[in-house]
Ligand binder design. Structure first.
Ligand code: SF4
Length: 503
């Protein structure tokens, strides 16, 4: 058909993964990928309303694409994602040159809707909720065009049942729906067979994975109230949760199943909610070698008063207790977090408590944000308690310094160590330098001898020689043979290291 597409993604990892799915669907329909958005026959903007200024970014981009559309009226513009879900008809009211608007519950219809618009004109399709039948067909059945051959996201649940007052996700993504356990295991197995060695399990609150499955299984429970075994998880019977007569699989079961899969060497996940971080998850992290030593545990605030106003469901002390338990159980654990500064009503005392918790937590890294109201959230209605912007900026800077201090110390402690690094590609700043990530999710820039150009996804041993707050630097010590798609755990354990000097 000779048509091309390009996607610009504005949001989080969920959005990135949805973009991979949209790309997979379009390529399945015969489209080829264009490298420049403005030159594509189908231009998709996949939006997010969690990030700041999402509206401005979307409508600014649409303003620029108006001229493209005027020059090439046959080109199609599609707007997808959270902001499309929230704004619905408003997208076309503000930008009449948009051809397709679809939301978070019907990503799987992307190609059909684009085709419909090509034949019949503009279409807006926003569903108010995910139809469970669609979900069952949706994530694993959809083709995906992954950005990296060796690394893949696996969505384990969509939506969120919490009600954090700053967050728009429950409104735009709907209630939590977990994917069936067996389907996820099959997907991880297929990914491993295709050469993926690193997976990231994605969900808004991964630790509550399976809660809704328990509810739906109750209908099929036997007279004793025990979970009935169904077809797709039958292979897992006798191993863990059905044998334990639990009504639901836990996230920990998923970690263990994914981590034991032949060919999978790194399992990551994001994000557990601190209130739901269960001992079983920590135990799986400690006991399954493939689960990486990295925990992203969003704090949001160190003040109990602010945490209450955010409706986060934990206190600072409870958060720290769980963090201590994770650190005690998981050797060499790296911890990252999210913190919001200047939430409505945050006093200087509240903020100092955040500084204290951040210092005690000794974060390896943190995403810190100045509060900005998201229309449609409870916090956006707290205008009488908004913190003056200049106060928030000053607090943000103080917090940044605390985080930077602990990040730098954590990274400096790695100097002299040999780290396992998965190569991601050349550095953006200097193509002669390679970049990769450690198991603890730290970025490493390392030099390798001239003529040696290891492929992305190659596992290497790198000696750390220097550290900054946000990255490490090192020298390549050895690289491994690229893993074969059919590698087994035992063959990987006996993997061949190629000393760099001999290459
Ligand atoms: S847990 Fe809170 S912050 Fe996270 S997606 Fe749900 S409502 Fe939003």
């Amino acid at each position: 058909m000779g048509q091309t597409y390009a996607i610009r993604t504005f949001g989080c990892q969920m959005n990135e993964h949805d973009s991979e799915r949209i790309a997979g669907l379009l390529e399945g329909d015969g489209y080829e990928r264009a490298s420049v958005l403005e030159e594509a026959d189908v231009m998709v903007l996949n939006t997010c309303c969690i990030r700041e200024n999402a509206d401005n970014k979307l409508y600014g981009a649409l303003g620029r694409l108006k001229a493209v559309k005027a020059k090439r009226p046959g080109a199609l513009i599609a707007v997808a994602g959270c902001l499309a879900q929230k704004d619905r008809d408003l997208v076309r009211e503000r930008a009449g040159h948009v051809d397709v608007v679809f939301g978070t519950h019907n990503v799987h219809r992307a190609a059909e809707l684009i085709d419909h618009a090509r034949r019949h004109g503009p279409v807006v399709e926003i569903l108010t909720e995910t139809v469970r039948d669609d979900v069952e067909a949706f994530p694993s059945a959809l083709p995906v065009r992954r950005e990296a051959a060796h690394s893949a996201w696996v969505t384990i649940q969509i939506g969120c049942d919490n009600s954090c007052t700053f967050c728009i996700v429950p409104a735009v993504r709907g209630p939590e729906i977990s994917r069936p356990f067996g389907e996820l295991v099959d997907e991880v197995r297929d990914l491993a067979a295709s050469g993926v060695s690193e997976i990231t399990l994605l969900g808004q609150n991964v630790n509550s994975y399976g809660r809704d499955l328990a509810l739906s299984r109750r209908g099929s429970a036997n007279g004793n109230g025990q979970a009935a075994s169904t077809g797709d998880d039958a292979w897992w019977c006798g191993e863990t949760w059905t044998a334990d007569r639990r009504a639901r699989p836990l996230f920990a079961d998923l970690l263990r199943a994914a981590g034991q899969m032949d060919g999978i060497r790194r399992v990551r996940f994001t994000s557990p909610h601190p209130k739901d971080l269960r001992p079983e998850t920590i135990a799986a992290m400690a006991e399954v070698p493939a689960v990486c030593e990295h925990l992203h545990l969003p704090l949001q605030s160190g003040s109990d008063a602010v945490l209450r106003a955010m409706q986060r469901g934990y206190t600072a002390e409870r958060y720290l207790r769980r963090l201590r338990a994770a650190r005690e159980a998981v050797d060499d654990l790296a911890v990252s977090t999210d913190i919001i500064v200047g939430f409505p009503g945050e006093t200087e005392h509240d903020f100092e408590q955040t500084l204290e918790v951040a210092a005690e937590a000794r974060y390896d890294s943190a995403f810190t944000f100045i509060f900005s109201p998201r229309p449609g959230t409870a916090a956006a209605e707290m205008g009488d308690r908004f913190v003056p912007h200049e106060v928030s900026v000053a607090r943000y800077e103080r917090l940044r310094r605390v985080i930077e201090r602990s990040s730098r110390l954590a990274n400096e402690a790695r100097i002299g160590r040999i780290e396992e690094v998965v190569l991601e590609g050349p550095s953006k700043k200097d193509p002669s330098v390679a970049t990769g990530r450690t198991r603890r999710n730290t970025l490493v820039h390392f030099s390798s001898p001239a003529g040696l150009a290891p492929q992305p996804g190659t596992y290497a041993q790198v000696e750390v020689t220097a550290a900054a707050a946000n990255f490490l630097q090192g020298e390549l010590a050895s690289i491994e043979d690229p893993p074969s798609p059919t590698a087994t755990q035992s063959s990987l354990q006996a993997r061949r290291l190629i000393p760099v000097a001999a290459v």
